[in-house]
Structure formats: C-alpha cells, structure tokens
Write a protein that binds this ligand. Structure first.
Ligand SMILES: [Zn+2]
Length: 102
C-alpha cells in the first residue's frame, strides 16, 4: 500500500466506467470478430470499482493504469487509460447526462 501514490488517479466506479464506455465508445465493435459485447474486468473483491491494470508507463510523471475490456465472443482485449476516463467523467458529470439536446 505504500506505493499507491505513484499512480496518478483515483479509483473509477463501475457504473461510471460503463457510462463512459456507452457514451464515448458506443459503436465500438471487436476488431477481430465484430462482436459488440464487452466484459469489464474486475478484481472480484470490491465490485463498486473497476479493475485498473498498471501499465508500467507514465503520464504527467505518474504511472498510469488501464481499464481492461474483453470481447465476450473471442476474448480479444482492449484497454482504456484511466486518466482519459477520469478526464471525461470530470467534464461530463452524471447530472449532465440527460442534457443531450443539441
Ligand atoms: Zn471478438
């Protein structure tokens, strides 16, 4: 637990990660098999938060982590960097979701 601070960002709630994915990557299909059903990896313990996998690369001097998705059909993996998800969630808080009246 002593090394937690080297990571740039906080945990991401599962529901918030899903909101990000459904909004920002709504039309994403698996580029291997064409399936559009993805499973979000979890650590099996605290189901409120998504599992963020350390990438061993840094962003703004802090190690970044990735949200891992797995294609339900073929198992292909894709990853989204945590700082981009948090950046989007910060700019698009839950209260603004219904305001899509452009
Ligand atoms: Zn697939």
């Amino acid at each position: 637990m002593s090394s937690a601070s080297k990571y740039a960002t906080q945990d991401i709630l599962y529901d918030e990660a899903i909101r990000f994915l459904k909004t920002v990557t709504a039309d994403s299909k698996c580029y291997a098999c064409g399936c559009d059903v993805w499973e979000v990896a979890s650590d099996g313990n605290d189901s409120r938060n998504v599992l963020l996998v350390p990438t061993n690369t840094s962003f703004n001097g802090k190690l970044s982590r990735s949200l891992l998705l797995v294609c339900k059909t073929c198992g292909l993996e894709r990853q989204h960097r945590d700082h981009k998800i948090i950046e989007w969630l910060t700019a698009n808080p839950p209260e603004s979701v219904d305001c899509t009246d452009d």
